[in-house]
Ligand binder design. Structure first.
Ligand code: SF4
Length: 213
């Protein structure tokens, strides 16, 4: 379900992405094919920021990280560290609830080849900024990958050169603690750039930062 902080379904601020979604709607009319709203708890202290909807994941189902490989890995970690309850079944109607956590994407529309361009990242950062502003209890932000990391810095109006992306880093940025992790994409996990142990370690530090659930 979208919230007032989510972009309007008809947002066309990024002409290339809007045209790409038009093509997807024609090809797969049963899919979500629109800016994907955030998912989670409005009182969340943790915000997880991904890159953009995956074609067969969020762009198909309409819920971030739902329906593809990256989501299977992310939701398993959320379960393990007490940030969710219920059974994740890769469907937006599986009844899963996030606890103290919200998930969003730096870019809300499906980009061709999973690669948004800089003007699109900057345009969509206004939605991320609003998302952050509208979480009154937010303390920790987890950025999945460099683009998500940079989008967070843009949204917080911080200099990117002062905080280069680094997997496993924990830094104070503005009034938040920012954790970086490589994105849990199929490519990163298959090539072992990100192993389950590496991902678990970042979650473990976030859990420590926020205290037990
Ligand atoms: S990526 Fe964001 S800003 Fe661009 S069209 Fe989609 S919702 Fe709008």
């Amino acid at each position: 379900m979208s919230t007032p902080t989510d972009p309007d379904k008809s947002c066309r601020l990024c002409p290339r992405l809007a045209a790409f979604l038009d093509e997807q709607r024609a090809a797969c009319p049963d899919w979500f094919n629109a800016p994907v709203p955030s998912f989670g708890c409005p009182d969340a202290r943790l915000l997880i920021v991904g890159l953009a909807p995956g074609k067969h994941g969020a762009n198909r189902t309409g819920r971030p990280f739902t329906g593809d490989w990256a989501g299977d890995i992310l939701y398993a970690m959320l379960d393990e560290f007490g940030f969710s309850e219920g059974r994740f079944d890769a469907r937006p109607d599986d009844g899963l609830r996030l606890i103290d956590c919200m998930i969003t994407n730096a870019v809300r529309c499906l980009p061709p080849k999973n690669k948004p361009i800089s003007t699109e990242i900057r345009a969509c950062s206004q939605h991320l900024e609003r998302r952050i502003d509208e979480l009154p209890n937010l303390r920790v932000i987890m950025a999945l990958g460099r683009i998500a990391h940079d989008s967070v810095l843009i949204a917080l109006d911080e200099r990117r050169s002062a905080y280069p992306f680094a997997h496993g880093s924990r830094r104070h940025v503005a009034r938040f603690t920012l954790f970086d992790s490589y994105h849990c994409s199929r490519y990163n996990t298959n090539t072992r750039r990100l192993t389950a142990e590496m991902f678990r370690k970042v979650f473990s530090e976030i859990r420590q930062e926020l205290g037990e659930s």
